[in-house]
Design a protein around this ligand. Structure first.
Ligand code: ATP
Length: 306
């Protein structure tokens, strides 16, 4: 079982703490979403895990060992940090062949990952002719090359087309299903909600949350019920009798906060109120995330006063 362990990790750039006494563990068999506003320290943490930067203090290990101590590291950790990193004058296939050779990975894996990432037909083209999405796929192919137990991807959906986004979702779920440790940073909340089991959230270099995704949402966003009727007066008074406030929306539907469909459905039925619509609206990851990080954002968009 290989986990990523980050212990009291701190990285200072001059007087700025990019990462500030950070401690968390990324466990196998799960997809962990790595979230945080711009500048929160996600990429720095990933770079420290990969030994691309030295921590000011603390440690980051993979399976109990620092990354630089791993022999043939691509067989243990696959990472996509910067999709522009591949040499533009090499072909996609050559790029992967060089990586494979330096980590004693059999050449057949090159063709396997090219097929898996949908790049087989452009494998002999130079990387500089690749679109952003193709480069992203090549970076993911490189990360998968050594069949690593740990996969770390920084914004993998960046530049991918809709088919690619569906593909990456399925890929991440499969990798976790195979028992691998999967850490994925993203700013796309709907995307993250579609593949993550667990979340690690940073703000200004510090840990804000380390929790299963469902718990993260449920702790911050109350569920509500969406409802529509032909008899507004009767419904409103039935709800009021049971202490429920309704919020009326422009297109004719209402929402009842802190409520469950079972209760509202029974209540409407007992009062003989006809319903056209009755649905549970669960809190979204985006709502929960914004609730948590509202005060932690270094760069917020200011609305200009007239
Ligand atoms: N090489 C560097 N030199 C100086 N400061 C740096 C360096 N790398 C990162 N920083 C600073 O460290 C902080 C964390 O940056 P980092 O790129 O890790 O954030 P992030 O969470 O990945 O952000 P984003 O979501 O925008 O990618 C930022 O304030 C950034 O300006």
């Amino acid at each position: 079982m290989t986990s990523i362990d980050v212990q009291s990790l701190t990285k200072e750039y001059g007087s700025r703490k990019a990462v500030d006494h950070l401690t968390f563990t990324v466990r196998p068999g799960l997809v962990t979403g790595f979230l945080g506003p711009n500048g929160a320290g996600k990429s720095t943490t990933m770079r420290l895990v990969l030994g691309l930067d030295r921590p000011t203090s603390g440690s980051a290990t993979v399976g109990g060992r620092p990354y630089p101590a791993l022999r043939e590291p691509l067989r243990h950790v696959g990472a996509l940090l910067d999709a522009q990193a591949a040499h533009g004058s090499r072909t996609g296939r050559d790029h992967l062949c060089v990586l494979a050779a330096s980590n004693r990975i059999p050449q057949r894996r090159v063709d396997e990952v090219l097929a898996e990432t949908g790049l087989a037909s452009v494998a002999r083209r130079r990387v500089k002719t690749y679109s952003l999405g193709m480069r992203q796929r090549l970076g993911i192919a490189a990360a998968l090359l050594g069949e690593p137990e740990v996969v770390m991807l920084d914004e993998p959906s960046n530049g991918l087309d809709p088919e690619g986004i569906i593909w990456i979702r399925a890929l991440l779920r499969r990798l976790a299903g195979e028992g691998r440790t999967v850490l994925v940073s993203s700013h796309l909340m709907n995307e993250t909600a579609s593949f993550a089991d667990h979340l690690v959230v940073l703000g200004r270099g510090r840990l804000l949350a380390d929790t299963p995704m469902r718990e993260f949402i449920d702790a911050r966003v109350q569920p509500r019920v969406r409802i529509r009727t032909t008899d507004a007066t009767a419904l409103k008074s039935a709800l009021a009798r049971h202490g429920h406030d309704v919020v009326e929306h422009e297109n004719g539907h209402w929402t009842v906060d802190h409520a469950r469909v079972d209760d509202i459905g029974r209540l409407a039925s007992a009062a003989g109120v006809p319903l056209l619509e009755l649905a549970q609206e669960e809190g979204t990851l985006e709502q929960a995330y914004l609730d948590l990080t509202g005060t932690e954002t270094e760069f917020t968009t200011q609305t200009q006063e007239a």
